[in-house]
Every structure is written in C-alpha cells, then in structure tokens.
Design a protein around this ligand. Structure first.
Ligand code: ADP
Ligand code: MG
Length: 623
C-alpha cells in the first residue's frame, strides 16, 4: 500500500509504490496493486500501457524509448535497438545465427563474454540497454501515479539461465530499482488468475504463451505457495509474425503482381496488412477482410481474406505449438488429464482457434482467458511485488534458497545438503559416521556457499554432538538433518541413531548478507569451479590415504601373528611412504598411487585373515 511520508521540511514526500514489470522482447509493461481497489492494474499514460521494447540511440548520446523510438525501426535501423532481451546474458556465439535479423551492429569479440552493440562508435551492452527500458518504465509509472518507484519485481522466461537472470537483476539495479525478486513469466501469469494464492490448493497448470516472435509453454506445479516449473518448452522463432508471413505468402500466390515485390517498403506494408487482416478476423470471424493494396510502383491489388483462409495460414504455427505442448507434458511425465488449469498469455492467443484447440486438448478444464493476454504477466508481477512489500499478510509466496547449505566433512570438504535454488520450505537428511575408533564427539560445522572447500565458504555455526557411545570407526549412524522453513530459518540437527543421542541449532543463513554479497558468493563459485573440483579431488585422495593408513596400522597391530617378518617390513614401509606423502600434502596422483600400492600389497593378508576367521567359524560348527 502507498504510504505517505512527511519529511522535516514540511513537504509531503511522494508515496512509495512497488511495481511489477514485464520486460518483454517486443513490449514491456508495468503494473501495480491499486491500494484503493486492491486490484492489480496496468499503469497507463497518454501513450498507452504498452511500452515497445525499442530504444533509439540518438547521435547526441541520449536515448528515446518505446512508442517514440519505434518509427526508427524503419527510418534509422542502425541506431534503433529492438529485441534486447534476446541478447541479455548471451555471448556473440549464442546469437550469431540471429544477427542477420537485427538492423544494428553487434560486435564479435571472439570470446564468451556478453555481446556488445555498437552505435556511432559507442559500445553498449544488453544490460545497459535493458536498464534504459526499465528506467523508462519506472519513470512512466512515477509520472502516472505521482509517486516514487524504487522497488520492483521483474519477470523473465522460465528457461532463462543464471547468467540471464543475473543480467536482468543488474539491469534493474542500473535503472535505480531494487529488484525484490526475479519471477518466471508463467508463474506471474498464473498469479494474475489467482492460481497459487490459496496455499491449501494444489494445481498443475499449463501456461501457453504465444507472442509475436516467440512461443513458450510451461507446466507448473503449484503447492503450498511454491511454483515449481516441471517442464518448459518453446521456440524462439515462432509466433504471430509467422501467421502474418503465411497470409502474405497466400496473397502472393494468388496475385502474381505481388510475387516480384522486393522493395523493403512494400514487404513491410504488406506484412502490416496481413497482420491487420489477422487481427480483424480474430475479432470478428464472420467478416471478410478486404483491402486495396497499392504498390510503390503505382499498381494496385485487391486483397481479401476470410476466417477459413486465416485458419489455413495459421495451421502450421498451431501444429508446432501442439508439438511443444506434447513435449512439455512428456518432460513433466504428465498426461493432459493431469493438467487442472490452462492459462493463455501473449497477444497471439486472441486468435480464437487457439482457445478452441486448447479446449479440445484439455476438455476437463476451463481455459483462463478473461484477462488481457498482453497484461497477465505484468499483473502477476504486481501481485508478487505487493506480497513481497508486505502488503498482503494472508499470502506467502515462497522463494528458493540463493546459496547452497552444507556441512564440513573430513579434510575441510563442503558436503552440500540443500543445493542453491532449492525451493523452501524443505527438509533434507543424510547419514554420516565416525572415522576413528571410539570417537564419542562429532563436530557439526554448517556452511553456506558454492565452493568445494569450506574454508572458502561462509560459516553459519557449529555444534558438537556429544556422548556418542564408543564404537569402532564407521559404526555409529549419525543422521544430520537440515530443515529450512518459509522464513529462511535453518534448523540443523544431528542424531546418533543407535543410541538416540541428539543435538540441534537454529541459524538464519541470510542474516547480515546483502544481495551483493550473495551475488559475489555465487560468482566466486562459478569462477573457481575448475580449481575447486581439483582441490576437492586432492582432498578426497588425502582422506582416503589417511583412512587407509589408519586401518593398515590397526591391522598389523592386531594381526602381527599372521605376517612373516618380510611382509611386516613391506607393509610398514608402504605405510611410511604413504604417510610421508600425506604429511607433505603430495599431489593427488602420487597419493592415489601409494594408496593402490599399499592396498594391493596388504590384500592377500586380509584374505588370509578371512580364511582363518572362516575356518575358525567352520571348526566352531563342527564341535
Ligand atoms: P511478445 O510476447 O513477442 O512481446 P505480444 O504478446 O505482445 O508479443 O504479442 C504480439 C503478437 O500478438 C503479434 O503477432 C500480434 O499480431 C498478435 N496479436 C495482437 N492482437 C491480436 C489479435 N486480436 N488476434 C490475433 N493476434 C493478435
Ligand atoms: Mg510476451
């Protein structure tokens, strides 16, 4: 809810409003929950609600955004940036096939870092450009509401990877927005229809999003406030534009005069007429669309289209979306009858045939299409923003944990119990044991972070499980359980299952961590991935070596009578070699070689011991 603040100068400060932003490939939208009506509403001004995701970079360096920049797509393509979302978090290699489609210049730096765009000798990256759009949307909302907008929820496609999500977050920051959360578009769309707001309800939702140039289908499992993406499939080159092109081809086949048109202006105009026909027939399938089309050379053709013609033109696009649905259901191991709600998103779902198809495919559910399909993502983002701002205490929208949580195991290794991005609340248990005979205490140290060695992670706390009954090494069964609740509070407990000895602590993992620190920790994990794995393998070899030295020493001590002098000497010598290597933390391969050497050497003795034990047992039976 908007709060009025009064500052000391006596002036009434503007109310602070949190918004939801749909940062789209073609259009962006901003919405808020109106504190009076308590309803999510799209924010609109004299230019409308949709902000075309288009940036005109003017020679002076300023930028023009949205409706005001759109004209430049035709007049100044080299300085008019569109489809930035397709470049966000991507390298040149990722998008090289797509470049021909863009009118502006993309730089090939021959590396894996994010692409750059060049205009007038200046370089821009997709984060800055997305920030320009977000800034424009922020200002639009501020002016329309006469308020200050500093916090937002921003949506991204479900298939966005970490780099793309991070890039979106960074763009928000650059635009002067605190990003409360990055939310998946299908999640937001479901929320706009109220799906997931009642925590007692369980839903399996299929979200069908057909826009201008992209198609996404996602299957979500909504339970207890958690939106789990079970599967997501899509086609980044499939959408309403393909229907337009197909209508164009239909006309070109009918009218030889159109077949030779090559002038870019003619093609663009013909495409726009095709789109107009599609939209007109979608609104009123009974009518027949008629248009007198004049070519640049002065000749004219009469273009007509009826609904049957549109159906024929759209058939292939629809078939492809059906194939994606089938694939998504397969990925999620679900049948159509397992889906209990369908949500339609994207301007192209206004074409009535789509609803007809979805209804025939999911006959047992009613398709959610009452809201404006352009707006549902932004509306859902606004609802989520409102909840996160603490305005709706009745709803709890759950998150995932941003960093991995685990405990220290032998040699300072990080053993992850709850991996990052795991949804919360959650509970995980794992069994551990002791490595020394008669060990009665076990220290449980809890860490957070992405590195393989705990030394480089963040220590959250520790406790000692005391009073484990003395048993041989490897005998105690110690279960360590992590329970992370909805507020992000972690309970760590340890219990020795044979004796029932138990101990636990409570920790707040995110306490004192800023967003930036979380990001830095994540980044460190990625950057050091390779050396970390090497360090882990090295440490694991050392652990194995230490365990073997321990066992071998005990063996020769207890079974001295089984070995002759030579064998005893040979064993001791190999134990010594391995111990020295361990003491100086020799390299992994040398340690593993010494481990194999000692193992191979002592294996016959162990077998001999077995034989003795077995024959003793057999003798026992005989008597
Ligand atoms: P994007 O997700 O790519 O930003 P949108 O969701 O805004 O795209 O959808 C744009 C597409 O919707 C265009 O192809 C447009 O022709 C189509 N569209 C808009 N209104 C209608 C309508 N009434 N009937 C059919 N298609 C429509
Ligand atoms: Mg869209």
């Amino acid at each position: 809810m908007a709060k009025i603040k009064i500052d000391l100068s006596g002036k009434v400060a503007k109310p602070q409003v949190v918004v939801g932003i749909d940062l789209g490939t073609t259009n962006s939208l901003v919405a808020w929950v109106n504190p009076v009506s308590k309803q999510a509403e799209v924010i609109s001004d004299e230019l409308g609600a949709l902000v075309p995701s288009v940036i005109g970079l003017l020679p002076g360096g300023e930028a023009r955004v949205g409706v005001l920049a759109k004209g430049g797509l035709i007049t100044e393509p080299e300085r008019t940036i569109f489809s930035v979302k397709r470049l966000l978090g991507r390298s040149y290699k990722d998008i090289v096939n797509y470049q021909a489609y863009l009118g502006y210049r993309i730089i090939d730096e021959d590396n894996d870092s994010m692409v750059k765009i060049e205009v007038d000798g200046k370089y821009y990256n997709p984060i800055e450009l997305s920030a320009i759009i977000l800034k424009a949307v922020k200002v639009k909302a501020e002016n329309a509401l006469n308020a200050e907008v500093n916090q937002a929820v921003v949506t991204v496609p479900a298939y966005f990877n970490d780099a793309q999500r991070q890039a979106t977050r960074d763009a928000g920051k650059l635009a002067g927005l605190e990003i409360l959360r990055i939310v998946n578009e299908p999640t937001a769309a479901s929320l706009s229809y109220g799906l997931g707001l009642d925590r007692d309800e369980v839903h399996t939702v299929l979200v069908y999003d057909l826009g201008g140039g992209t198609f996404d289908v996602s299957v979500l499992q909504i339970e207890d406030g958690v939106f789990d993406v079970l599967a997501t499939k899509g086609d980044t080159a499939l959408g309403g534009d393909d229907i337009d092109r197909s209508v164009m081809r239909h006309w070109q086949q009918l009218h030889p005069a159109l077949q030779g048109v090559t002038a870019a202006g003619d093609i663009q105009r013909l495409r726009l007429v095709a789109e107009e026909a599609k939209i007109a027939l979608s609104k009123d399938p009974q009518q027949i669309f008629v248009c007198e089309f004049t070519l640049l050379d002065g000749s004219a053709v009469s273009l007509t289209l009826d609904y049957t013609g549109l159906e024929a033109a759209a058939k292939e696009v629809l078939q492809k979306t059906q194939d994606c649905i089938a694939a998504a259901l397969r990925d999620a191991s679900l049948k159509p009858e397992n889906i209990d709600a369908v949500v339609m998103v994207g301007g192209s779902t206004r074409y009535p045939q789509i609803k007809t198809l979805l209804e025939s495919q999911f006959p047992h559910v009613s398709v959610n299409d009452t809201l404006n399909p352009d707006e549902v993502v932004a509306l859902g983002a606004a609802i989520e923003a409102d909840v996160l701002a603490g305005n709706r205490k009745d709803i709890l929208l759950l998150d995932v944990t941003p960093l991995s949580l685990g405990i220290e195991t032998a040699g300072g290794l990080m053993d992850v119990l709850i991996p990052r991005n795991n949804k919360i609340p959650c509970k995980v248990g794992r069994e551990y044991t002791t490595s020394i005979d008669g060990q009665v205490n076990l220290k449980i140290s809890v860490y957070q972070g992405e590195r393989e060695l705990v030394a480089q992670n963040r220590k959250l706390g520790e406790f000692i499980l005391k009073g484990i009954p003395a048993m041989p090494a490897g005998f105690p069964k110690i279960e360590v359980a992590f329970a992370l609740d909805a507020d992000g509070l972690l309970k760590v407990s340890a219990k020795e299952l044979r004796s029932g000895v138990a101990q636990q602590i409570d920790i707040k993992p995110q306490y004192g961590l800023t967003d930036d620190q979380v990001e830095a920790m994540l980044l460190a994990g990625f950057q050091h991935a390779q050396e970390d794995v090497a360090a882990r393998l090295h440490q694991e070899a050392i652990n194995e070596g230490q365990q073997l030295v321990y066992l071998a020493e005990r063996f020769i001590e207890k079974n001295a009578n089984l070995l002759n002098e030579n064998e005893m000497e040979g064993t001791k010598q190999r134990i010594f070699t391995l111990s020295c290597l361990l003491a100086e933390r020799g390299d992994k391969d040398s340690i593993l070689a010494a481990v194999t050497e000692l193992n191979d050497y002592t294996r016959p003795f162990a077998e001999r011991l077995m034989d003795v034990a077995v024959s003793a047992a057999l003798k026992g039976k005989e008597i």
